[in-house]
Design a protein around this ligand. Structure first.
Ligand code: PEP
Length: 256
């Protein structure tokens, strides 16, 4: 955790969820409507097909809704893509950019991720910019070098703590049940904080840096209690309302 930073617990549903899954959104929207909502933000990023209905379902709740990707252009001949403006038009307020699955499945570069984050800002969306090393990069001791390069390349010069959230997601920890040690997470997050402060000044002291990669109800409290870890980006465990709410609920103890 970071002093004076409001944590964010965010779920990334990826390509999962049909209308039947809206029950989970409803349950999450109800579940986050307690006293903890005064201290902790909650966000679900469902597939684009559910965005508009999901925002309607959570209108009267503290739950926020986001998208999983956006195109860098405002509009045009880009079959199958969504613009940031379209996402905002669904009343969503966040968008994930540069997730490792987008980087690997769609060959997205840091340069493109930066352009997508800029498109998000232009539509008044908060961008969650994902970075993280692969298993091979970690084995060869390049973790911090990769984080430095991805932060420099993917985060726009105009980023600030209101418009931008960084998500550190070691690629090898995503969907594998593996997580880095507490010490490794602490070192990576301290390094990212220092890089951000060196570039953006004191304002970056409150920019949220999430940890993502196999966060579950059983390890949430330990991971989110680490210095400079300002919340979580959760894949698999966010699909079930009870698991997402258990992770969110870890902050009852952490913020007590
Ligand atoms: C993710 O893909 O953003 C992620 C963190 O997935 P999981 O929690 O399933 O590892």
């Amino acid at each position: 955790m970071t002093p004076d930073v409001r944590p964010l617990v965010a779920g990334n549903w990826k390509m999962n969820g049909t209308r039947a899954a809206l029950d989970q959104i409803k349950a999450i929207a109800e579940g986050v409507d307690g006293p903890l909502a005064e201290k902790v933000d909650a966000l679900i990023c469902p597939p684009a097909t559910l965005l508009y209905v999901a925002t309607a379902l959570s209108t009267d709740s503290a739950l926020m809704i986001g998208a999983q990707d956006c195109h860098q252009d405002q509009s045009g001949a880009h079959t199958g893509d969504l613009s940031a403006e379209m996402i905002a038009d669904c009343f969503a307020t966040y968008v994930i950019v540069g997730h490792s699955e987008r980087r690997s499945d769609h060959a997205e570069t840091d340069h493109l991720v930066r352009a997508k984050a800029e498109a998000a800002y232009a539509a008044d969306l908060t961008a969650i910019i994902c970075i993280g090393e692969t298993a091979d990069e970690r084995k060869s001791g390049q973790t911090l070098e990769i984080l430095k390069r991805q932060l420099a390349g993917s985060v726009p010069d105009s980023a600030n703590a209101e418009t931008t959230v960084i998500a550190y997601e070691p690629v090898w920890a995503i969907g594998t049940g593996l997580t880095p040690t507490v010490d490794d997470v602490e070192k990576a997050h301290a390094f990212m904080r220092a890089e951000l402060v060196a570039r953006f000044g004191d304002a970056a002291k409150t920019m949220r840096i999430l940890y993502g990669g196999s966060v579950k109800p059983g390890n949430a409290r330990e991971l989110m209690g680490i210095a400079n870890v300002d919340g979580a980006l959760i894949g698999g465990a966010s699909l079930k309302a009870s698991d997402f709410l258990a992770i969110y609920g870890a902050y009852e103890v952490l913020t007590a």
